[in-house]
Design a protein around this ligand. Structure first.
Ligand code: CA
Length: 478
């Protein structure tokens, strides 16, 4: 790093942008030339995963470099203690000017609003697509315009207001393309042709756990009028309704993405005009993935690939080569230490990730991660019925345990029943359609994964749920 000035840092984070809707990841449903450009000039990460595929928890993990059970943001209703050390707070202590602009979404109010930034200006709660309310140290105000444009405007304006040569770090956190998917009229002409459905659109969940089958994330049944904006035509059967809703959903989702792509391009062009592009670490990522009709679903939460995978593209031409693909396992917990190492700043001792900075420079890289630990804590909320679960993913396998605390199997009257396991062989079954948790041919694989998962859970200071040790045949607790 000697001889290279400390990088400026721009992190553009979107909300619920699936890799399947990014050209660089092989999208067949849209194009995103300005997002793709970051990967062409830098790196594309093919196995970057959220350790808890939900908005607030992933944001907290990115900022603090810790897992949910450490930073306390386990669910949507567990707000952050914003005094925790974060990568921007450490950058600031090291002389960076720092700002947080856009969707914070880790709680509002005393103790939960952003802290330890030079400037913050955030949409409150889920925020609005149009004329968003923004909160800063000066109070709450409405800014007229479309949120994706407004957030970019505010971020560029703040950087342009800075004097002097000290580096800066700006977080540009968009609301888009989060539900309820309200695009700008300038994109109304896009995606009017039939949008192809994914291979697993008609998934019948045949080998899957009851936990997965009961989730309320199905296109045909669970997209509502606020999502769709118009009533479906009368007389459609289930398959026709699923397809109609998919088209309506995807039109708006992809149009919201189009505005994101334009605004990413604005940031890139602006960096070039300032002469800062080469000296800036520019990151594009989403807080987690999203189901775009895979398994007949929308939304996220589950540990399946479409939800688990975060799109992640990173350029920094002065220090790392371009046009590369990183296929090792990295997670949202790793971001903080990676950014800090690139900036030459020591991480905080509580941070739990692995910096992947040296993977990119090729200078003394550390051993790659053997696997990643996942835990979704939000248990069985009334809107999605996604059960809490934890799991472990390696380059080939994925083991998942749904602990089902307090949930009764339909018709059994049981207050509690044993948790359920799923195991997927991602080489033999890349679409995760065949659960082999109880297949004798995979017994040894499952035992190894279970041991590796528990070891990683323990190493990270988390604990198994008691129902993990209830076995089939054990008495149900009435
Ligand atoms: Ca999200």
């Amino acid at each position: 790093m000697s001889g290279i000035r400390r990088p400026n840092i721009v992190m553009i984070l979107t909300d619920d942008h699936a890799a399947q809707a990014i050209g660089a990841y092989g999208s067949v449903i849209n194009t995103t030339p300005r997002i793709d450009e970051i990967g062409q000039l830098g790196w594309r990460f093919d196995n970057c995963f959220a350790t808890n595929a939900l908005c607030s928890p992933s944001r907290a993990s990115i900022l603090t470099g810790t897992y949910s059970h450490v930073n306390g943001v386990t669910t949507l209703v567990t707000p952050i203690d914003a005094s925790q050390p974060t990568f921007p707070s450490l950058l600031r202590e090291a002389g960076y000017r720092t700002a947080m602009i856009g969707k914070w979404h880790m709680g509002d109010g005393e103790g939960h609003d952003p802290q330890n930034f030079d400037y913050w200006d955030v949409i409150i709660e889920q925020g609005e697509y149009w004329n968003p309310r923004l909160l800063s140290e000066d109070g709450l105000r409405v800014v007229e315009g479309y949120a994706t444009d407004v957030i970019t405007d505010l971020a560029l304006r703040w950087v342009d207001s800075l004097d002097g040569d000290d580096p800066w770090c700006v977080l540009i956190y968009h609301k888009a393309p989060h539900r309820p998917w309200e695009p700008h009229p300038r994109h109304a002409q896009l995606y009017t042709d039939s949008i192809p459905v994914p291979d697993t659109f008609d998934d019948d969940y045949a080998t899957r756990s009851a936990s997965v089958r009961r989730a309320l994330m199905r296109l045909a049944e669970n997209l509502n009028i606020e999502d769709l904006k118009v009533q479906p035509p009368a007389g459609l059967d289930y398959e026709q309704l699923a397809l109609w809703k998919y088209q309506r959903y995807m039109e708006d989702y992809l149009r919201c993405v189009a505005a994101v792509d334009e605004n990413v391009g604005r940031v890139t062009d602006w960096l070039r005009e300032r002469g800062d592009f080469d000296d800036t670490m520019l990151i594009y990522a989403s807080d987690q993935g999203f189901f775009l009709g895979e398994h007949g679903w929308f939304d996220k939460r589950f540990m399946f690939e479409e939800s688990l995978r975060m799109p992640m593209l990173l350029s920094y031409p002065a220090a790392i080569p371009g046009g590369r693909v990183h296929d090792g396992i990295v997670t949202n917990v790793d971001f903080a230490q990676t950014i800090l190492e690139a900036a030459g700043v020591e991480p905080h001792e509580r941070m739990q990730g692995r910096s992947f900075w040296r993977d990119l420079t090729g200078i003394e890289p550390t051993p790659p991660a053997a696997g990643m630990y996942y835990r979704y804590w939000e248990h069985d909320d009334v809107f999605h019925h996604a059960p809490a679960h934890y799991g472990y993913r390696t380059d080939r396998y994925k083991l998942i345990f749904y602990y089902n605390d307090g949930m009764g199997l339909p018709g059994t009257g049981a207050f509690r029943y044993p948790g359920e396991w799923e195991l997927y062989d991602l080489v033999e079954d890349p679409h995760e359609l065949r659960n082999v948790a109880d297949d004798p041919a995979y017994a040894a694989v499952r035992a190894d994964l279970e041991a590796a998962m528990l070891a990683e859970q323990r190493r990270l200071g988390d604990e198994p749920h008691p129902s993990q040790f209830i076995r089939p045949g054990d008495a149900l607790v009435p």
